[in-house]
Structures are given as structure tokens and as C-alpha cells.
Ligand binder design. Sequence first.
Ligand code: AMP
Ligand code: FE
Ligand code: FE
Ligand code: ZN
Length: 272
Amino acid sequence: MKADLHNHTTASDGTYTPEKLVQLAQRKKIDVLSVTDHDTTAALPQIESACKKAGIQFISGIEISCHVDDEEVHILAYGIPQNSEKLEAFLQLQLQDRLRRLKEILVQLEKVQVDLSFDDVKHHIHSESAAGRPHVARALVYKGYAPSIHEAFRRYLVPGTSGYVPRQKIAAEKVLQLILEVRALPVLAHPGLIKKQEHLESLVDQGLAGIEAYHPIHAAWQRAQYEKWATERKLLVTGGSDFHGDQKKGHGSLGSIAIPQTHIEHFLSRVN
Ligand code: AMP
Ligand code: FE
Ligand code: FE
Ligand code: ZN
């Protein structure tokens, strides 16, 4: 059985529409597919109906950005309800914070004679749920304030520069509570990206149900280490390509991560 449990569409920062993603999954002979857009459930109804037609088992999912202390972590949730008022209200607050922060960045930039309007940036945003620094960077390049995206970040958008404004920090503990409340399964995405590995233990204490050991950024030894760690704690082991449709570092191509059958079966026996 072939599964890919971590993917993005145009509803967040992916480049494939829900329909195109499912078509590709069909060509890649994927049996179980979960789409986990950043902070939005917008693509799920389309993915679900396309999967039904394609004979692919669909698992509803999302990837939520939050913090443990000062460190950003991404928590995947599987088997989420698609009409939960509680979840949607939370996502709406995340969205409002993104837009608030975007506007603050523009105010900061104005102080250093960078003249960008909200419309200049909006032009580069295809999904509000992912609106952020990358879109400001594109607008900065477009208007000639920087020669490249990389330079735009370096000059204006990283901590210590004029346009850096952090997003509101949501505690991972709160996000875990919310996911458990809506009876979904919380899984830590790409744990290898976390600098302070001791955070993993506190997340488990707060209700984490699994860990994404199989991810393109992990070397074989990391995968083995996370697998062992999860097994000792009776946690689920999941995996996915983190496909975004592009060739960005850290993102795989759809279906490129082989997850062992026992992990897939264990996951399917637990998820809604
Ligand atoms: P945000 O969520 O708005 O803070 O933006 C974070 C995103 O910006 C990350 O997912 C990266 O894709 C991108 N990013 C962060 N730092 C850089 C950088 N130095 N150069 C290019 N892209 C970056
Ligand atoms: Fe992403
Ligand atoms: Fe992520
Ligand atoms: Zn992702």
C-alpha cells in the first residue's frame, strides 16, 4: 500500500490545485492520500470528492504553525472534522493575525523609505492562509527594492532588519488541545527541523499522538532514531513528501517517501 500523508495545494503555498494533485496521486498509484495545507481546510472538500472518483483513500488533514517557547513547530492533524466551528474559528484568528502582521511590516518599511502598498503585496498572494514574508519579498523585488528574494529577506525581512515583524505566537499546547478536542490525531511534522530536541518530550506530555519520521529532510539515521523513539513511547510513525509542487529544498515529489506498511496500517486503524 502506498501512502503520502503530507502535501500542499494552492489553498496554502502549494502550486497544484486540489484536482491536479489528485490526478498526480492517481498517476503515482497512491492508495492513501492526505492533504495538509498550512492553517486552512479550504481544499479538503475538493480533495475528498476527487479522491472518491479516483478510488484513493482520503484522510482529512491540516498543518498548523505554532510555538514551543520561541521555536516554531508545525503540527499535523489527521481526521479533522470539516465543519468544526471551533477549528474554523481558530483558523480565522490565525488568518487575521497574518494580515495584521503583513500591514505592520508595510508600516515599518515605510519608515525606511520603502513604498509598498497592501495592494502591491496582495498581487503576489494566491492564498491568504499562507500570506506572509515571501509575498512581501516578491513585491520588494518586483518594485526594485532588492535584486532577488534572498536579498529582499536579508535586507528587510529577517530578525534585526527594519521590516521584521513576528507573527503572534500560539502555544503548541493550545493547538494540541484543540486537535484532541475535535477528536483528530496530532502528529509532529518534520521533527528534524526542531533545534531543541527536548521540546519533543514536552509535546508528548501535552498529547502528541505521532511523529513524522519519514520526511525528505531526514537522513536515514534520523528517521531510524525517531522511529525507535516513537516505538518506545507507543506513538504513531507517519510520513509524507511535503510536496508543494515546486523543487524547493526540503520538499519532496508526490509519493516519493516510502512508509513501511506496519506504520500505515497502525495509522489507518487510529484515524477517523
Ligand atoms: P512567514 O511565515 O511569513 O514568516 O514566512 C516564512 C517563509 O518564508 C518560510 O516558509 C520560507 O519559505 C520563507 N523564508 C524564510 N526565510 C527566508 C530567506 N532567508 N530567503 C527566502 N525565503 C525565506
Ligand atoms: Fe509550506
Ligand atoms: Fe512544515
Ligand atoms: Zn508542509
